[in-house]
Design a protein around this ligand. Structure first.
Ligand SMILES: [Zn+2]
Length: 274
């Protein structure tokens, strides 16, 4: 699933191509993608200008003028991109926007978990998923980060994935951050001392920033706004490296299940608390 760095890369890539463009028309190629009546969606978005694009957690927000928000969640396999001028939508393209001056925007999603909703400001503010998102990990300071996790009994891996506590981190960046901080994925928040949480704060920020600099990690289907791969997958130290040697100590990387999610870690660099 695209995480914060992948979604940020898509947003930055789209900005020069679609900001200030007017949506002339839209075509809903699979009705489930808009979570509303497709005819209403098409009629409602037409004629509005894309005034801003931003990211919140793993969501892409497009602010339209007159005011309306398009909220995209890429979920497992979603992609939002501007196709080549002669490119026809393939069978996995669910939504097409025709913009002025010949630009187009495709929302592609093989697995169909992703969506695009058109919401007013009050609808967006009242949407629980959005309203309950935790702070942005790249914007919070060390003290706030420590406060979020130190009193929690949950496993640190699950806590990092909880979008209500901190927004935008998924399996890749959680595993990589825990490795860098030397913390076992099953450690409980309450078991971690301040120094360990401060190290984790630094590790999370460094990992996410490096992910953004690398244009994201292209595991499975992720592509940026121009259809290109990122290269953070070549920098992964434990994620998806089960049974391979730890790049730090040579110990075999293990994969366990924590709270229903697979977690790769090095048993030597990330010793168990128990
Ligand atoms: Zn190791």
């Amino acid at each position: 699933m695209p995480e914060l760095p992948e979604v940020e890369t898509v947003v930055q890539g789209l900005k020069p191509r679609v900001l200030g463009r007017t949506i002339e028309s839209a075509a809903v190629l699979w009705p489930g993608v808009v979570k509303a009546d497709p005819a209403w969606f098409v009629k409602t978005v037409a004629g509005r200008e894309i005034a801003d694009i931003s990211r919140r957690g793993k969501l892409i927000l497009m602010r339209l003028d007159p005011l309306l928000y398009l909220v995209f969640h890429l979920k497992m396999t979603g992609g939002l991109f501007t196709p080549a001028p002669d490119q026809e939508p393939d069978p996995h393209v669910r939504l097409v926007f025709e913009l002025d001056r010949g630009e187009r925007l495709f929302f592609k999603d093989m697995r169909k978990f992703g969506y695009c909703m058109a919401l007013s400001w009050s609808e967006l503010s009242a949407w629980p998923f959005y309203a309950e998102l935790g702070p942005e990990p790249l914007e919070i300071g060390p003290d706030e980060f420590v406060n979020i996790f130190q009193a929690r009994k949950g496993r640190i891996k699950s806590l990092l994935l909880n979008q209500k506590l901190i927004a935008g981190i998924g399996n890749i960046y959680a595993d990589e951050s825990l490795f860098r901080a030397g913390i076992h994925p099953e450690a409980r928040g309450t078991e971690l001392c301040q120094a360990e949480l401060l190290k984790l704060h630094r590790a999370v920020q460094d990992t996410l920033r490096q992910g953004i600099e690398a244009g994201g990690a292209s595991i499975r289907d992720y592509r940026n706004a121009r259809g290109e791969q990122g290269w953070f997958q070549t920098k992964l130290q434990v994620y998806s490296r089960k049974d391979q040697p730890c790049p730090c100590c040579g110990e075999t990387v293990r994969k366990i299940n924590v709270g229903g999610r697979s977690s790769c870690f090095c048993p030597k660099c990330q010793p168990c608390k128990d």
